[in-house]
Write a protein that binds this ligand. Structure first.
Ligand SMILES: NC(=O)CC[C@H](N)C(=O)O
Length: 402
């Protein structure tokens, strides 16, 4: 085996990791984040929500299953850089049609391997997500650090226009068409229309700049607000559009960035989590049923309710109040109902690791959204029922006060 070129990774706070070039040889900058998924590197790499992020895989052995043409979540790799511990020397999977490293190199994605990813992850958990640079060209940490500190921050980054489709397109229903959904592409993953198609939904995907008139021109039964990269506080156009849809009582379902957009349309704020939630084993409670689901996450921001501060002075879940404004008897978060311009809304889901708001549901207009990923690419599938709730919402079967 030929020796790899040396590479360095330098964090904004000056911490340096040494490794070897993996994928394209070169230099890259972005926000350093980690994901704990033991599987699904291909879905991660091609998820547009990771645009401008340098992703560290905590799974220690990456590339084992190569890459295939079926698991891509979009038509390219979006991560700004890729950090792994050990590169698999052989790709072995019946669906593989290439190796991961070749794919990264072909797409010009700079990566680094032989990094102590456990130490890097612990550092990010202690200090929080921060900017990072990887280089297999500039090997002087001080010089690279200066460039890291000049690179743009994720806070305030408006990235939706960089990932959205240029043209609208249609994903047909599987079998008989029952419904039409207009999806606003803020960085949509391919598996979402696929999950909808299974339920007889034809999805019309629109660019992020679509107007209400354009969206309503396909007579949608519901509007879907997709996941996407960047700081949701910059999504003012999409928030305005969502407010107009709420005013017209068009059914709405949102995922991740879409949840942050719906939440803002309801008057909530967003805030940056210390190091975010990324992985495929995050426990979420559905407060309507009391069930806990294991879910896929990829978010660095979350919705905060106006009074939202927990005992650590952070995170999204407020002091539980019932609809009369009194503290819930058992402190149950299920009673977190808040007033919006569009009637009452409720926190529908929370993350059991840290109480972050993971979903909201309107009680007086037909709209709901979740911060995590029911499309489950890559897995697990516990939250698939949310697409059934979308169908129920369309059919008017979801509890919507008159
Ligand atoms: N997956 C997503 O939609 C991410 C939303 C947003 N960019 C965040 O980091 O929170």
């Amino acid at each position: 085996m030929t020796r790899r070129a040396p590479a360095i990774l330098v964090l904004e706070d000056g911490r340096v990791f040494h490794g070897e070039a993996y994928g394209a040889v070169g230099e890259t900058f972005g926000e350093a984040v980690f994901t704990t998924g033991m599987t699904g590197y291909q879905e991660t790499l091609t998820d547009p929500s990771y645009h401008r992020q340098v992703v560290t895989m905590t799974a220690p052995h990456i590339g084992n299953t190569g890459v295939n043409r079926e698991d891509d979540e979009s038509d390219r790799i979006w991560v700004a850089g890729f950090v792994i511990r050990e590169a698999a020397r052989i790709a072995s999977n019946w669906r593989a049609d290439g190796g991961l490293e070749d794919e990264l190199a072909t797409q010009g994605i700079v990566g680094i391997c032989e990094v102590d990813t456990r130490a890097l992850t612990r550092h990010l958990r202690e200090r929080g997500a921060m900017r990072v640079g990887i280089s297999s060209r500039e090997l002087d940490p001080e010089r690279l650090l200066a460039r890291v500190r000049q690179s743009p921050s994720m806070v305030g980054a408006n990235l939706v226009d960089e990932v959205t489709t240029g043209q609208s397109y249609v994903i047909p229903a599987d079998g008989e068409k029952r419904f039409t959904v207009a999806a606003l592409d803020l960085g949509i993953k391919r598996n979402t229309p696929r999950r909808m198609a299974r339920r007889g939904i034809e999805t019309h995907v629109f660019p992020a700049t679509a107007t209400v008139e354009e969206i309503l021109s396909v007579s949608p039964d519901a509007v879907f607000l997709s996941n996407g990269p960047g700081d949701p506080a910059t999504a003012t156009e999409q928030v305005d559009l969502t407010r107009e849809l709420l005013r017209r009582r068009v059914p709405i379902f949102g995922i991740c960035f879409g949840n942050q957009v719906l939440g803002q349309a309801l008057g909530l704020g967003t805030f940056k989590l210390k190091y975010g939630h990324r992985g495929v084993n995050q426990p979420v409670a559905d407060l309507a049923t009391g069930k806990v689901e294991i879910t896929a996450h990829n978010h660095g921001f979350a919705l905060g309710l106006p009074q939202a501060k927990n005992e650590h002075g952070a995170l999204g879940l407020p002091q539980a109040k019932n609809e009369h404004g009194a503290p819930a008897a058992d402190g149950s978060p299920a009673d977190v109902v808040f007033e919006t311009e569009f009637g009452r809304a409720q926190v529908s889901h929370i993350c059991l690791n840290d109480n972050v708001v993971e979903g909201v549901r309107c009680l007086d207009v037909p709209a709901f959204s979740v911060q995590y990923h029911p499309e489950a690419a890559a897995g697990p599938h516990d939250a698939d029922y949310l697409f059934d709730r979308l169908v129920e919402l369309i059919e008017g079967g979801v509890r919507v006060a008159s």
